[in-house]
Design a protein around this ligand. Structure first.
Ligand SMILES: *[C@@H]1O[C@H](CO)[C@@H](O)[C@H](O)[C@H]1NC(C)=O
Length: 425
């Protein structure tokens, strides 16, 4: 275990040392050095480099950038596609709001990368929704703070958060902003993976937010992780606490994978028979939950140009704690700080019975991160949950956002469900 801790530590150091290297160059190198199909079109290469506002505008959709400052000083960037290409096409008069929240190491890019006709944000805009995409503190678009510096040397103050703060502070701040800006009093929420975890945190800690939710669609819902089968998470879980403690002692709070950590992790976990070595060496795919049939490999450079988009070490550590103690609890700071922060030795459980907004749990049989047994337990404890299985056995965690058949297997159904519960939609 000591050796493992040092391996992880080494990777974190290498990562901190090399974190200046821009992702785009790395992708270029990855694509060129792989023996895998590299005949990507120039157009897709451009998509790998453009940021979300540039990319959405390139495809002739309207895009607004909004800034939201949280009560603890984080400056979050939101992206809005207010309508489809034809502004006059408003099927039912008024545009209902749909708020999209990305997963771990991701960003608002998740919802647009696959392009018009495939990516969910565009489909929603054409279906008559006013689409707002959040970005959690610490990712590429939300690496800003009123007083803390994310790049401070030997000081991790900016990075001292997990998905507890994302759910407890970021989501309410962004939801309040959207409702105030548009003058609506409710919205539909769609989250993927950590975007579901953060929602469950919000509605259990701040139940007044249930009233602002018309319906919530949880793609690959993650609360309990006792049955998690992700190789990387299982590798990290038993040492989560040590990794975070040591990382913060040496001044690393950001988990931003690059060349070095990917090489390290690739060697540690991927084996030679894996056909897609370049994919395998990406941290996203090491976390697990994709399948060859649903993955459009032409899009690989675009995906790798935008993901991973950054996260804190503590977000990983908190998931590690969930795997380790099989519960769904607030972040474990250790006994002394727990007593100060929570007035108890152990961190309190998130009270799932507080979540009374209508929650649709969209899950799949083969998802290693949102395992069916864990989804079942969540479903039983939720105030108002409905479980819906994606009708394809091999469908997996990342397929919810990038899967070739996501539109027909999932998105169309979700739009129908939102219309069914909301006369305005
Ligand atoms: C894969 O992506 C490319 C580029 O966007 C697209 O032309 C192609 O139709 C996609 N393939 C499938 C099976 O969706």
């Amino acid at each position: 275990m000591l050796r493992l801790t040092f391996t992880v530590l080494y990777a974190l150091c290498a990562l901190a040392a090399a974190r200046q290297s821009p992702q785009a160059e790395y992708i270029e190198e990855l694509v060129q050095t792989s023996n895998f199909d590299t005949r990507f079109s120039d157009d897709l290469h451009e998509d790998a480099r453009l940021d979300v506002p540039e990319l959405v505008r390139k495809y002739n959709y309207p895009l607004e950038v909004h800034s939201v400052t949280t009560s603890d000083g984080y400056i979050l960037e939101m992206h809005r596609i207010p309508h489809g290409r034809d502004a006059s096409n408003t099927p039912n008069g008024k545009r209902p709001i749909v708020f999209l929240m990305h997963g771990l190491l991701s960003s608002s890019a998740d919802w647009i990368l696959m392009g018009p006709g495939n990516a969910f944000a565009y489909i929603l805009a054409e279906a008559g929704f006013d689409v707002w995409m959040g970005n959690a503190r610490g990712n590429y678009y939300s690496r800003k703070h009123l007083s803390l510096n994310p790049d401070a040397l030997l000081n991790t103050a900016f990075w001292e958060f997990s998905w507890d703060e994302i759910g407890n502070i970021d989501l309410p701040s962004m939801i309040d902003y959207v409702l105030e800006y548009t003058g609506n009093d409710k919205l539909h929420y769609i989250g993927h993976s950590q975007g579901t975890t953060a929602f469950f945190v919000m509605c259990s800690l701040r139940p007044e937010y249930n009233e602002k939710i018309i319906s919530m669609h949880a793609f690959a819902p993650v609360a309990y992780m006792a049955h998690n089968r992700s190789p990387l998470f299982n590798y990290l879980a038993p040492n989560a606490k040590d990794i975070e403690t040591i990382a913060s002692l040496i001044g690393i709070g950001e988990f931003l994978p690059n060349n070095n950590i990917m090489t390290w992790a690739g060697e540690a976990i991927c084996s030679d028979e894996v056909i897609y070595q370049p994919i395998c060496s990406s941290i996203m795919f090491l976390i697990g939950g994709w399948n060859v049939e649903q993955f459009n490999k032409t899009m690989l450079p675009v995906i790798l140009g935008h993901t991973p988009a950054g996260a804190s070490v503590r977000q990983f550590a908190h998931y590690g704690q969930s795997i380790d103690d099989k519960g769904f609890r607030r972040y474990d700071h250790g006994v002394l700080k727990n007593l100060r922060v929570y007035r108890s030795i152990k961190p309190p459980n998130y009270d799932l019975s507080n979540i009374v907004a209508p929650v649709f749990l969209h899950y799949s049989d083969k998802d290693p991160l949102a395992h069916v047994n864990d989804v079942d337990r969540l479903f039983v404890e939720l105030g108002a949950g409905i479980k819906i299985r994606v009708p394809m056995t091999s469908f997996s965690h990342l397929d919810f956002i990038w899967g070739i058949d996501a539109k027909t297997l999932l998105y169309e159904r979700v739009i129908n469900l939102m219309r069914a519960v909301d006369p305005q939609a």
